[in-house]
Design a binder for this molecule. Structure first.
Ligand code: KMH
Ligand code: ZN
Length: 273
């Protein structure tokens, strides 16, 4: 089987230090997390940025500092969010792309997100894709709901996206598709040829869906953005969540992809700086 790409979604937009003390908020903390997670087996880091006091920010300078800090401490593939936080404008969400990370997320449709709405209309998606082309950033397609793959196919028909792509199934968000094996299998069966895929299970589902994906030949995303617990009542560190899926992969006979191998699997250019 193909080597396993482990992505760590280290901080997200919604969590606070009151919920977990392990959130990396500053660029330096993201760099430290990147180093620990690469040592534990990760090949990619999904990045949101916060101000020093924990508020979400789309400031390109802050993302640039995070990129530099991560690159100085690791060889991880750096993937920025363009989802940002509920309430950010599309322009704000796309602003960090100017820092030219390796990849960035593109959520492929609107979805309820708890009590909020995570808005990704076709104009928003086209706008983010245009900025990705402008700054030569590769998308990772985020699929939160069953219709999102059909939306991605529509963007291909329009000529603003092409396949194959790397696709991440985010399952178990309150308001999105459930975190079940049946839902995952349906989505994988619906993928266009030659796409690579990973799964990000939310909350308790993170471990079970990661294990299923490893066995199926897919890739995995773990990390505090999606799940803050190692076990019931026991908060996790990002590197512990990476290390656990690395151990499971070893038991299942699945080698881990280094960041360099992951670049090849994802058809990314070799790291430049
Ligand atoms: N914070 C969520 C509203 C992404 O990073 O691309 C969106 C999100 C998705 O986290
Ligand atoms: Zn995110």
């Amino acid at each position: 089987m193909e080597p396993l790409i482990v992505t760590v979604a280290a901080v997200g937009a919604e969590l606070t230090r009151e919920q977990t003390p392990h959130l990396p908020l500053t660029p330096e903390e993201l760099g430290e997390t990147a180093a620990l997670c690469e040592a534990a087996g990760a090949a990619m880091i999904h990045v949101h940025c916060r101000t020093d006091d924990g508020h979400n920010t789309s400031d390109p300078a802050r993302f640039g500092s995070a990129l530099a800090a991560i690159r100085s401490r690791s060889t991880l593939i750096v993937q920025f969010t363009t989802g940002g936080a509920i309430g950010m404008t599309a322009t704000e969400r796309a602003a960090p792309l100017a820092m030219r990370p390796d990849m960035a997320t593109l959520t492929c449709g609107t979805v309820n997100f708890g009590d909020g709405v995570f808005e990704n209309s076709f104009p928003i998606m086209r706008g983010i894709l245009a900025e990705m082309r402008r700054f030569d950033v590769r998308p990772e397609l985020e699929i939160f709901d069953a219709g999102h793959l059909a939306n991605a196919k529509r963007l291909v028909t329009e000529g603003v996206l092409d396949f194959p792509q790397h696709v991440d199934f985010v399952l178990g968000v309150p308001g999105g598709l459930g975190a079940t094996v049946r839902d995952l299998v349906h989505l994988v069966d619906s993928l266009p040829p030659h796409c690579t895929w990973s799964v990000a299970g939310i909350g308790r589902a993170q471990l079970a869906l990661a294990t299923v994906a490893i066995a199926m030949g897919g890739h995995v995303r773990v990390g505090l953005e999606d799940n803050i617990y190692y076990a019931k009542g026991r908060l996790a560190r990002n590197d512990e969540l990476v290390a656990r899926v690395a151990r499971i992969a070893a038991e299942l006979g699945r080698p881990l992809a280094s960041a360099g191998e992951a670049r090849t699997l994802l058809r990314l250019r070799p790291r430049s700086a």
